[in-house]
Design a protein around this ligand. Structure first.
Ligand code: ANZ
Ligand code: ZN
Length: 849
């Protein structure tokens, strides 16, 4: 009876298996705590360097200790845990650490609102979240836990700050900065989203303040160039990084001022349009702006315009749909190639921070200039026409013609293509001392100072006689005082006398400490190095260990960090390399950006009331189900829709696995797994093949594509097949029993990275020795799968152009990419992008271009 397994058997009487002490039903709560305890006492997640064994560093972005895990964390860390466990079972020495990005504003805001000290608030949040992570059974080496608000951590960050200061990579300057009134702090450009504070959504103002910067621009070229080498990163992240760095190759051109003969230099990427430049636009902040109008009747209008423009938000000023406004300065310059007079305007869409803050305006070929010229009645002159087309007539134009083309009315350069003319005009200008090639970047230096308490203090002392003096290494860390008053407006540190007053390390006279703290993105720019030797007290990290573990082999986190955190971490890695502390150029070899967890079509948020609390899920379904659902419902990089039906389905699946194994325990205990030659025939042959096919699919899904969802479906299919197989009853029931045991063991082994508790429990119940983490990942036998290839006809635009062979089990996506990579097909596509790909399963692929 116990053998006639099947889904329909679910509600049979519980008495059947009582005799052997098996719970009939799957009860996660009675096993999960038990296994977590065992893993901990056996220290199975502990890692140390082992020369000669391949290492694998798997890292998930560490959390800010906000108080509670949310489903996004659960998903992120579940994905990571599957890969970490998988790699371990494949023989890798896996580093899988966890820690806390513990500084930051929310702790300070909580202190202001409720009077709890940020340190206490942070510590209690960490305790809660750590308990939650442990309840989920993640394979972290907790002995490597780090907390960035601990002086033993930020001490080394301060040490590094001093090194950067010595090298001129950390510096202070007065500058217009983004200021959030609500948070009372400066924000980096990266922390301003659509003109608002990334944290509290308040509109951001511009203020001129003394701030500390890291000279990330010194690495702009390398950061850009190395984007090409990051082959394990998603294209869209690389594109965002490239755009953020924003390298523009063009030319600087000097325009003589009519009045004085001095020149104003513009930066342009369209030197080919020089003959069409009919006026000049300066940033309102341009140092010449006021001077040009001084003493003329235009003076007061100009100064009013400047005052108005500098108050406008810069992000909006350059937006395409923003009203273009300007004012004539009264001054003129001369177009150096045509000799024509060009009026000089101030324009709100020209920013001082980019290029030279001055633009040669070419209204026929630049949309902003076009709108501006129409508004102020300025001449429009066409100098580029479409290749093989007609010269656009100014009267008919309702937008600028911005594309490259062929030059007209451009003196000796007429007839050249835009591309040719850019080079030719640049050399022409250079020969005559009128300009030359130039490269500008959008990337700005990183403003790292914050006027807040809960951050790492910047280790600088101000002395009236010696000036700015870095805190000597022997005096580090500069620790945060605990007794501060949070009721003051602005920085509580600046209001703390005992902290501020100090003596100069050079001359021993009384001096003042810097009271700014560092942006928390500084801590997260090197924490991954610190995990290699988390308690090391002689430096940032111990050399042998950091060389052993770094770079991170697989990094996993949210797309919201595509620019800020990743770019800063890359920058730090290069700085540390140049300081002789690291031997790598890039910190993260492979990057996986997981999608959001959504519910009822929207991102989970308190305000929408659609938050699913991980604790509730753990209470109702246990850790394995919660993990499994967050992996099964969609591929990692896509958004995941949380549904009650879905998580219940995952739970039912684990119940099915439980029943399947428990019901077979009696005969499994007396059977060995099958270890003979490949089986091809009969019931056993079929199950044997299914086992190997499943191993292949799950292995590839995890290792090559990280499609953890389809890996889970493959395991589900195998479970179905085993149910259908039923009890060993064929001609050779001994053989069948062995194959059955193999199949069941395979289910448990493959399932273990996803649902490790139930897997270990059942593994033990069938008489094996857990933990499965110490068991080798199975290899599949390709010989039984060979026949599993299908030949597909490939058409391009409906015409047969070739054939491809694909594994029968592969997905539609695979078929598409195999077809597109086929040499013959590529020839027929001739570089054209497919518009549509039609698939008829097992027969044909038609690529429409
Ligand atoms: C003349 C011109 C003619 C331009 C034309 C474009 C089209 P990217 O590619 O983003 O680097 N520009 C230069 N400095 C600027 C500033 N501080 N604020 C606003 N705009 C500025 O853009 C370079 C182009 O942006 C430059 O090339 C300049 O306009 C403008 F048919 O020069 B161009
Ligand atoms: Zn001094």
């Amino acid at each position: 009876m116990a053998f006639s397994a099947g889904p329909q058997y679910a509600c049979a009487s519980a008495g059947l298996v009582e005799g052997i002490g098996m719970e009939r039903h799957y009860q996660p709560h009675s096993i999960e705590g038990k296994w977590q305890q065992i893993w901990e006492t056996q220290r199975v997640f502990r890692t140390s360097e082992e020369e000669g064994r391949p290492k694998y560093y798997l890292l998930e972005m560490f959390p800010y200790p906000s108080g509670n895990l949310h489903m996004g964390h659960v998903r992120n860390y579940s994905i990571g845990d599957v890969i970490a466990r998988f790699k371990r079972m494949n023989g890798y020495n896996v580093l899988h650490p966890m820690g806390w990005d513990a500084f930051g504003l929310p702790a300070e805001n909580a202190a202001i609102e409720s009077g709890v000290h940020p340190a206490q608030y942070t510590a209690s949040n960490i305790a809660t979240m750590k308990r939650q992570l442990q309840r989920l059974g993640f394979s972290y080496d907790w002995e490597r836990e780090i907390n960035t608000s601990d002086p033993s951590y930020y001490r080394w960050e301060q040490w590094l700050f001093v090194r950067l200061y010595e090298k001129g990579l950390a510096y202070k300057k007065r500058s217009l900065v983004n200021w959030c009134e609500r948070c009372q702090t400066v924000l980096a450009n990266e922390q301003v989203e659509g003109g608002r504070c990334w944290r509290c959504d308040t509109d951001v103002d511009q203020r001129e303040l003394e701030q500390w910067f890291f000279r990330i621009t010194a690495y702009a070229d390398e950061l850009l160039e190395y984007c090409d080498r990051l082959t394990g990163w998603p294209q869209r992240v690389l594109t965002m990084q490239r755009n953020w760095i924003g390298r523009s190759k063009g030319a600087e051109i000097r325009f003589p001022l009519e009045a004085s003969g001095e020149t104003i230099t513009v930066f342009t990427t369209r030197q080919d349009t020089l003959y069409g430049a009919t006026f000049m636009s300066l940033a309102p902040e341009h140092p010449r702006a006021m001077e040009l109008a001084k003493g003329t009747p235009r003076e007061s209008e100009v100064s009013q315009f400047i005052m108005k423009a500098v108050r406008q938000e810069r992000a909006r000023r350059i937006a395409g749909d923003y009203e273009k406004e300007g004012v004539f300065t009264g001054a003129y310059c001369t177009n150096p190639v045509t000799g024509e007079r060009m009026p000089i305007f101030l324009a709100n869409f020209v920013l001082m921070e980019y290029g030279t803050g001055a633009v040669m305006a070419v209204p026929a070929h630049d949309q902003r200039d076009f709108e501006f010229a129409r508004k102020y009645g300025l001449p429009i002159k066409v100098v580029i026409q479409p290749r093989g087309g007609q010269k656009p007539s100014v009267a008919d134009m309702d937008t600028a013609f911005e594309d490259d083309g062929v030059l007209v009315d451009s003196g000796p350069f007429s007839g050249m293509t835009s591309e040719e003319a850019r080079d030719a005009i640049t050399s022409y200008l250079a020969q005559r001392g009128l300009g030359g090639g130039a490269v500008y970047y959008k990337l700005r230096d990183w403003c790292i100072s914050r006027q807040r308490y809960w951050g790492a203090p910047i280790p600088i002392i101000y002395c009236d006689s010696c000036g700015m003096v870095p805190v000597p290494d022997r005096d580090l860390p500069v620790t945060l005082p605990m007794d501060v008053d949070f009721s003051v407006k602005g920085s509580p540190l600046a209001a703390h006398k005992g902290f501020v007053e100090t003596v100069c390390p050079r001359c021993a006279r009384t001096a003042r400490r810097e009271t700014d703290t560092m942006d928390t993105f500084v801590e997260s720019s090197w924490y991954f190095d610190r995990y290699a030797s988390p308690t090391y007290a002689e430096g940032l990290f111990e050399q042998r260990q950091v060389h052993y573990w770094m770079p991170v082999d697989q990094y996993i986190g949210g797309i919201e960090h595509a620019v800020l955190h990743l770019l800063y971490s890359r920058f730090f890695t290069k700085v540390l390399r140049d300081l002789g502390l690291l031997r790598i150029d890039e910190p993260f070899l492979n990057l996986l950006t997981q999608g959001m967890v959504i519910k009822d079509g929207a991102k989970m948020s308190k305000s929408k009331g659609n938050v699913v609390d991980p604790d509730d899920m753990l209470e109702r379904f246990g850790a394995d189900t919660t993990r499994l659902f967050s992996l099964f419902a969609s591929p990692p990089e896509k958004d995941l829709e949380w549904t009650d039906r879905g998580i219940e389905g995952s739970h039912r699946f684990l119940q099915r696995v439980w029943r399947l194994v428990v019901e077979h325990v009696p005969e499994l205990k007396t059977t060995k797994p099958y270890d003979g030659p490949p089986l091809r025939k009969g019931r056993s042959g079929e199950l044997y093949k299914k086992v190997h096919e499943t191993i292949m699919r799950v292995t590839r899904d995890i290792d090559e594509r990280q499609h953890l969802n389809t890996a889970v479906s493959a395991i589900m299919e195998l479970v179905n097949s085993i149910y259908l197989f039923g009890k060993p009853n064929g001609d050779d029931s001994l053989l069948e029993a062995k194959v059955l045991r193999t199949a069941i063991e395979t289910v448990l082994v493959l399932l273990s990275p996803f649902a490790p508790h139930i897997a270990d429990e059942l593994w033990e119940r069938i008489g094996n020795t857990p933990p499965l983490l110490a068991v080798s990942w199975p290899a599949y036998d390709p010989s039984v799968l060979e026949s599993e290839e299908v030949v597909l006809i490939v058409q391009v635009n409906g015409k047969r152009r070739g054939e491809i062979k694909v594994p029968a089990q592969c997905t539609e996506e695979d078929v598409r990419s195999i077809a597109l990579k086929d040499e013959k097909i590529m020839k027929h596509l001739a570089g054209k992008a497919p518009r549509r790909i039609v698939l008829i399963p097992n027969r044909l692929v038609n690529i429409v271009v």
